[in-house]
Design a protein around this ligand. Structure first.
Ligand SMILES: Cc1cc2nc3c(=O)[nH]c(=O)nc-3n(C[C@H](O)[C@H](O)[C@H](O)COP(=O)(O)O)c2cc1C
Length: 217
């Protein structure tokens, strides 16, 4: 019994082996004649691989891939299963310009797809922001697994986004996501920045049993 990773080409092409599509970066467990996908590792690989991508190439996102990403949001959990969300897929260049007014959102002009995540504050006054955020992070991880880059966008003026996308009053714009294929370039600065993209240590951010209590040894 052994496990292996298959790193396929960057989307949208899919490698086919004897007629079976093999998604990129999928790990398989080979046990006797049975080949099983290691779902747990796939998820963790996507979590580890994800990074904010702000530079995209011209390739459009294939409709079936976009659908799969939206589906990842659709099946997310929500408080009392209210599903207080709506997602607007924006590809129109003029609309993307309108969405790019925020200080840290200029690159939306050159991003193939932007998804605006809306929360229904009437349907779920207490939880709509959490629910929409969970759904959008599902989308981020699904997109990563599909070989796409994403970036969360919080830099926007809600009134401008609502006007540009004709969003009715009761909806709150929780966040936006960019989506597309990362522009491939040899960028040492980016590579170094990624390595330096430090996260706090587990010890800094976790306690056991009560706040500030360290892990029992
Ligand atoms: C809620 C939220 C809002 C963000 N807003 C923006 C934004 O407006 N523009 C941007 O370029 N990045 C934005 N980011 C991306 C963060 O800057 C990024 O996640 C962080 O620096 C860590 O880098 P990494 O995602 O590559 O790991 C946002 C991230 C989150 C979670």
């Amino acid at each position: 019994m052994f496990a292996f990773s298959f790193a396929g080409p960057i989307e949208p092409d899919r490698t086919r082996t004897r007629g079976c599509p093999i998604p990129p970066q999928t790990r398989y467990l080979v046990s006797g004649l049975i080949v099983r996908r290691l779902a747990r590792m796939e998820v963790f690989d996507a979590i580890r691989e994800r990074k904010s991508v702000r530079s995209y190439d011209e390739r459009p996102v294939p409709p079936e891939v976009l659908e799969k990403i939206l589906e990842a949001g659709r099946i997310a959990p929500s408080a009392s299963n209210v599903q207080p969300w709506h997602f607007i897929v924006v590809t129109d260049p003029q609309k993307r310009i309108a969405l790019s007014a925020g200080k840290y959102a200029k690159f939306l002009k050159n991003t193939p797809v932007v998804i605006a995540g809306l929360g229904d504050r009437q349907a779920s006054p207490e939880w709509h922001v959490v629910d929409v955020t969970i759904a959008m992070e599902n989308m981020v991880l699904a997109a990563t697994a599909e070989g796409l880059g994403t970036c969360w966008i919080g830099s926007f003026h809600e009134s401008e986004v609502k006007a540009a996308l004709s969003i009715p009053d009761k909806w709150e714009v929780v966040a936006m996501l960019t989506l597309g294929y990362e522009k491939e370039k040899i960028d040492f600065t980016r590579a170094i920045a990624k390595r330096l993209h430090k996260r706090k240590t587990l010890n800094e951010i976790t306690s056991y049993e009560s706040f500030g209590k360290t892990k029992p040894t």
